[in-house]
Design a protein around this ligand. Structure first.
Ligand SMILES: [Zn+2]
Length: 139
């Protein structure tokens, strides 16, 4: 006698796949709005370079020419120009022509102001602007 052939009965493939749960809005905040992540990631990528971060921070407090930034940073003007271009492309820094000179400054937007504060929080530095403002009142 031959042993009975094992019939393939254990093909448990028809398990019901878990359908899309229809629990809209569980107990969290609204997590939509992908575009904001992209914009923020661009900003952080840009400021993920120490030189650009420092240039941006400098320009949050004063208007400077390329030469002015270069001397403040101890770098060459061409190197600074390169970084400035990247900062201008994303709108974090704006340029203004003053005679033969071009002066750079952080854009006066809420986004720049926030990034400015984030930089100072992360680096744990006091904003020189706040310090200056505080003192000019008393003296
Ligand atoms: Zn500041």
């Amino acid at each position: 006698m031959r042993p009975p052939k094992n019939s393939a009965s254990n093909n448990g493939r028809d398990r019901a796949t878990a359908g899309p749960s229809d629990k809209s809005g569980g107990s969290g905040a609204d997590l939509s709005g992908k575009a904001d992540y992209h914009a923020a990631a661009d900003d952080f990528r840009l400021l993920g370079d120490a030189t650009r971060l420092e240039v941006f921070w400098l320009l949050c407090h004063q208007e400077l020419s390329v030469a002015g930034i270069a001397s403040a940073m101890g770098m060459s003007s061409p190197a600074i120009s390169h970084h400035l271009r990247a900062l201008r492309d994303t709108g974090l820094v704006v340029a203004r022509r003053n005679g033969r000179e071009v002066l750079y400054q952080a854009a006066e937007t809420e986004r720049c102001e926030l990034l400015h504060r984030v930089v100072e929080s992360v680096l744990d530095i006091e904003c020189p602007q706040d310090r200056r403002r505080g003192r000019t009142q008393t003296h």
